[in-house]
Ligand binder design. Structure first.
Ligand SMILES: NC(=O)c1ccc[n+]([C@@H]2O[C@H](COP(=O)([O-])OP(=O)(O)OC[C@H]3O[C@@H](n4cnc5c(N)ncnc54)[C@H](O)[C@@H]3O)[C@@H](O)[C@H]2O)c1
Length: 335
């Protein structure tokens, strides 16, 4: 067990010092989006990588030029004394790792969803608060440059009055995720619910929903009408028995509307169609790889900047709890 640490950030807050990051997990998301982003940041030093699977550990260390490798994350933390930790593994594996790291006063990034249940998410947020940790859950849709740009354009004319989060996949046989460890809405469709909540920019006022199980015994279709204290109405349209993976976001404001498909295209119409501005999502990132324009590079940048500035990211654990609570309300208010 690592010795008791002072609240995190150490040298990271000092001018010119690199943020020392230790990485747990050498899986899919780590290799495809997070570590490629981190190695592009000149102010980040990767001090160690841990995975329980030797082959993945070595391949990932080689790919990203990481010298120190470990199969025991507690040993890695003791030896490398990082400013921040990434724990990138499925939600049924992450709880113990995350709870331990928070109790060591470590700043922590995890993927969505924060936990299997809202109760677990709340206890992690509690540990984070008790130990003064900077935390972030990877809700990268909040950071997609095309969505951020469109939101700015719409909000220039006043508040968004209506937002639509659309997320479809074609997986009619899916038993939730990870062999049924977690349901589709909490594990993945939560992306679209969180995006609507982020655009609503306030507490949820009411939820009316229609949750269905199409062709099987487990819910795979989630429609919801969500009202917010801000006055915005959010619409969630998500199902896992559609024609293909498709994700889109709509924002409607005062005589202006944005329609963004971050994988493909975006357009903003205003004044009854008098103006029409195209947004090319792929042109707005710092490079041409999907992680550059789908919000991953930007969410990692946001986390590192927050660690340096000692402030909480937009999707810190206590905020991510609210998206879990929204998921609970979508289930409990089904008609
Ligand atoms: N943001 C997104 O769009 C998006 C997309 C897909 C998946 N995800 C999320 O990313 C997370 C990770 O998914 P993935 O597909 O990258 O996982 P993965 O299974 O590919 O990788 C997880 C890795 O963690 C390792 N691991 C597990 N427990 C460990 C421990 N105690 N110590 C050290 N290593 C350990 C495993 O050996 C594995 O290599 C999930 O929560 C998933 O929901 C997010």
């Amino acid at each position: 067990m690592a010795k008791s640490r002072k609240a995190a950030t150490g040298a990271a807050g000092k001018k010119g010092a690199k943020v020392k990051v230790a990485l747990i997990g050498a899986g899919g998301m780590a290799n495809s989006v997070h570590y490629p982003s981190l190695v592009e940041f000149k102010d980040v030093k990767i001090v160690g990588l841990c995975d329980v699977m030797q082959d993945k550990l070595q391949a990932t260390a080689e790919k990203f030029g990481i010298d120190k490798t470990f199969t025991d994350y507690q040993k890695m933390i003791e030896e490398t004394a990082p400013d921040a930790v990434y724990a990138l593994m499925p939600p049924h594996h992450v709880y113990d790792v995350a709870a331990w790291a928070l109790k060591q006063k470590l700043n922590l990034f995890v993927e969505k969803p924060l936990a299997l249940t809202t109760y677990q998410a709340k206890t992690l947020a509690h540990h984070a608060e008790q130990n003064g940790c900077i935390t972030m859950v990877g809700f990268q849709r909040r950071h997609v440059p095309a969505i951020v740009e469109a939101r700015k354009m719409v909000e220039k004319r006043g508040p968004i009055h209506t937002a639509v989060g659309i997320f479809y996949k074609d997986a009619p046989e899916a038993l939730g995720y990870y062999g049924g460890a977690i349901d589709i809405l909490t594990s993945d469709a939560i992306h679209a619910a969180d995006l609507v909540r982020w655009l609503g920019n306030s507490e949820v006022k009411s939820v009316a929903s229609d949750v269905r199980s199409i062709g099987r015994d487990f819910p795979n279709c989630f429609h919801a009408l969500i009202t917010f204290e801000s006055g915005m109405t959010g619409v969630l349209l998500a199902n896992w028995c559609s024609g293909r993976r498709f994700y889109k976001c709509e924002m409607h404001g005062s005589s202006i509307a944005a329609f963004i498909d971050p994988d493909e295209s975006g357009v903003v119409y205003a004044d009854n169609g008098a103006t029409e501005e195209q947004i090319d999502p792929k042109a707005l990132g710092p490079g041409d790889q999907p992680y550059h324009y789908l919000g991953f590079w930007q969410e990692n940048r946001h986390f590192i900047d927050c660690v340096k500035a000692k402030k909480q990211p937009t999707s810190c654990f206590s905020d991510a709890v609210k998206s879990m609570e929204l998921v609970d309300r979508i289930y409990s208010s089904t008609m």
